[in-house]
Ligand binder design. Structure first.
Ligand SMILES: NC(=O)C[C@H](N)C(=O)O
Length: 372
């Protein structure tokens, strides 16, 4: 593969594991005592992508450039943090597996939240196609207030105006900012800071793709300096789950509704061992009359069906299709992650329904008179 021009900075030194075998650190910056410690978990994606053409931002190969090259191309990182880098995978995020996502959560918890946690912040370099899935998963499974920032790029490292190096710098400055604590997992790209709970990819090609259309960005960056519009807060319906004993994420399938959908394939999916299903319904989670019998048959086999929306923005509320579980504000891929976590924790279908539906119901039914 051609050398990634925008990521070629100082001479490349990829060192052997240094800190601990657990973290299998392959890049380690020189240590500066007064600076915080950031662990970068590299997974691949376009930010580590490479092309033979400097004008190409569509037909490149994702996941080529290693963590050492990524970091050493942005020496400014070392002005704000000590950096350890670990190559967890090097794949396009469309191929990032549940196993890798689970591993990232465990590494982040160990790096940040364990009693003897060695790091102040975790930054994850990731492809953008499924970045919101990993970021949401981390948001609901990392159990402490230290920052986790997920970052990617839309142009490969070889492109003119590659966006990866500046995004990486902004991700690290955001991660080590004291103002970033207790805000959950953050997504940083293109000068904006977006809360992972709500953030999604909204445009297939352009740099300004990550957004949370209703809640909006929680902050941004002026050059490399992060700022927030409001103090730290938690998404209204967010719950954090302890998955330290989980060794595998269960198989949860996803279907899409459309005119004429009959959901016949639900039966195949259940026969193949799916433990749960998410349907990206139309509008506010509507499903076709023709598909209902297959949905009901799935639920009667004990497989929970969560109903979200292909619109990706807005709420699916409980009420219609009572056999199904309403996703609330969670889009289909986020619903899938939450369902996987609940199943992995051996929750019953009633408990799964409660976890998805009760926070919103309770919130909407708050009786003002009970306060006065
Ligand atoms: N911009 C990107 O990173 C897209 C790439 N296919 C990925 O998700 O890995």
């Amino acid at each position: 593969a051609p050398l990634a021009s925008s990521f070629v900075g100082r001479s490349l030194v990829e060192r052997a594991p240094v800190t601990s075998v657990e973290f299998n650190v392959t890049y380690k910056s020189n240590y500066t005592e007064h600076l915080p410690k950031t662990l970068i978990l590299a997974t691949g994606g376009t930010i580590a992508g490479s092309s033979s053409s400097a004008t190409d931002s569509t037909a490149y190969t994702a996941g080529v450039v290693g963590i050492g090259v990524l970091v050493q191309a942005v020496p400014q990182l070392l002005n704000v943090s000590n950096i350890d880098g670990m190559q967890v995978s090097n794949v396009g995020s469309e191929s990032l597996t549940d196993e890798i996502a689970l591993r990232l959560s465990k590494l982040a918890n160990k790096a940040l939240c364990a009693a003897d946690a060695p790091y102040d912040a975790v930054v994850i370099t990731h492809g953008t196609d499924t970045l919101e899935e990993t970021a949401f998963f981390l948001d609901i499974t990392v159990g402490c207030d230290k920052p986790v920032v997920v970052v990617g790029s839309m142009r490969p490292s070889t492109a003119i105006s590659a966006d990866g190096p500046n995004n990486l710098l902004q991700a690290v400055t955001t991660a080590v900012s004291p103002n970033s604590r207790a805000r959950g997992t953050l997504i940083v790209l293109n000068d904006r800071i977006c809360a992972a709970y709500y953030c999604e990819k909204t445009q297939a090609n352009t740099l300004n793709t990550f957004a949370s259309p209703e809640p909006g960005y929680i902050g941004g960056l002026l050059s490399d300096k992060p700022f927030y519009y409001m103090g730290a807060s938690k998404p209204t319906f967010k719950q954090v789950y302890d998955i330290s004993n989980v060794t595998e994420l269960p198989h949860v399938e996803m279907f899409y509704s459309y005119q004429g959908a009959d959901f016949e394939l639900l039966n195949t999916t259940v026969a193949n061992g799916a433990k749960g299903v998410v349907i990206a319904g139309t509008g506010a989670g509507s499903l076709t009359d023709a598909g209902i019998s297959n949905v009901d048959a799935t639920v009667s086999k004990g497989v929970p069906v969560v109903r979200s929306t292909k619109i990706n923005v807005g709420f699916v509320t409980p009420g219609d299709y009572p056999n199904t579980i309403a996703s609330g504000s969670l889009n289909p891929v986020k619903s899938r992650r939450q369902l996987q976590v609940l199943l992995a924790l051996n929750k019953t279908n009633d408990e799964i329904r409660t976890a998805f539906e009760e926070p919103l119901k309770t919130y909407l039914n708050l009786n003002i008179s009970s306060y006065y």
